[in-house]
Design a protein around this ligand. Structure first.
Ligand code: SF4
Length: 379
């Protein structure tokens, strides 16, 4: 049985989530939602069809109430705005941010925020300044590809309103670390696309990128176009349901090569080293208070530290790279930075090894059955 709703419910009618049943202390990140929907129509994306092009919004008072509840329910302090595009309605985002700043000030800045937004936020210094004041540290941007023709072909010209590297630097200058979504297997890709991407990763110094193979999702313009051309493939042995224009094995080999280059441990730590110098000093500085240092957090930090030291500092095959980074921070007592970087880097290094050896899927939407390892002709 399928339950379908005719109208999308107004977000102002949404109740405060029942965070109390989620045991928030066991989650690395808490989540909150201000808006739903996105005004753009990128060819591969299902958001506009699923949630609409005119973002629905909650009232700032709802967000304040949800933050209160996250705090009461023991959130770890890292809160992700799961909006499809936090600046999908720029005016609404601009109007909301002063409320978040006021809430943070009232409560002693207990939260660090992250969100997803389009890269053209770099054109809005007034929004970025408010985000800095509200304590946003991380923004996931769908950069997709550094190749301008590819961005035009997928309907993502809005990524070109500011040169991409310049936009990333602008975010960094407001203390916001950019994370990037990247797609390989596009119709516009050439055998050089992998090299272009690897160069972009080095030049942008974006530490974490989710690199995916193109998937056609239902209710997207991409699905319609490929279905018309007979290019949707239903084959559980493939990493993608798209019949790429380049040979499948070549695309897979390119994906593996780029992933291994991007997530070579020395490369990842070099990019984080850049962030430490170019981004983190631009964030707000705080005095310690009971919300920022308490026994529960100290205990959690001790457990995480022991795990990081054991898994990364002792057992990993890249422990020299880790200690070189960590010792510089230890001198200044910046344990939080060491832990955050070590966890993020380790996750991606291990994921890369699994995905490129066939033990994990090469795309988050892939339906590939993992009971058999991935075999590729182009070794
Ligand atoms: S900007 Fe992002 S959320 Fe909006 S349509 Fe494009 S990919 Fe989807």
């Amino acid at each position: 049985m399928t339950l379908k709703t005719g109208e999308r419910l107004d977000l102002t009618e949404f109740p405060v989530p029942r965070y109390e049943i989620a045991e928030l202390g066991r989650y690395f990140l808490g989540s909150i939602q201000f808006s739903s929907g996105c005004p753009y129509v990128c060819e591969f994306c299902d958001i506009p069809n699923l949630y609409g092009r005119n973002p629905r919004l909650k009232a700032p008072e709802q967000i304040a109430a949800e933050l209160d509840k996250l705090l009461d329910c023991g959130s770890t302090g890292w809160i992700y705005f799961v909006d499809d595009n936090f600046i999908g309605n720029r005016k609404a985002a601009r109007d909301l941010l002063p409320h978040i700043i006021a809430w943070q000030k009232r409560n002693g800045y207990p939260f660090v925020f992250s969100c997803e937004a389009t890269l053209n936020v770099a054109k809005r210094p007034e929004i970025l300044e408010l985000m800095r004041e509200a304590n946003f540290h991380v923004m996931f941007c769908g950069i997709e590809t550094p190749e301008p023709d590819a961005l035009k072909a997928m309907g993502k010209e809005h990524n070109l309103t500011v040169p991409i590297l310049e936009a990333v630097d602008t975010l960094n200058s407001y203390g916001i670390e950019a994370l990037a979504g990247i797609i390989l297997g596009l119709d516009t890709d050439t055998p050089e696309s992998g090299d272009h991407l690897a160069e972009f990763v080095v030049r942008s110094n974006i530490p974490i990128l989710t690199i995916n193979l193109l998937q056609a999702l239902p209710v997207t313009p991409l699905w319609d176009r490929l279905a018309r051309a007979g290019r949707i493939v239903d084959d559980e042995d493939r990493e993608s349901n798209v019949d790429f224009l380049m040979p499948y094995d070549l695309v897979i080999a390119m994906y593996r090569d780029v992933m291994l280059r991007c997530y070579d441990p020395a490369q990842v730590y070099a990019r984080f080293e850049h962030q430490v110098k170019a981004t983190y000093p631009n964030r707000l500085k705080f005095k310690l208070n009971s919300h920022r240092l308490n026994w529960r957090d100290a205990r959690r930090a001790a457990i995480i530290t022991s795990r990081v030291v054991w898994h990364v500092g002792v057992r990993s095959d890249y422990k020299r790279v880790f200690w070189k980074f960590a010792l510089r921070r230890l001198v200044r007592g910046d344990i939080e930075c060491i832990l955050r970087v070590a966890i993020g880097a380790h996750h991606m290094i291990i994921f890369t090894r699994e995905a490129t050896s066939g033990r994990a899927n090469a795309a988050f939407h892939s339906q590939r059955d993992r009971s058999e390892p991935l075999t590729v002709a182009a070794e």
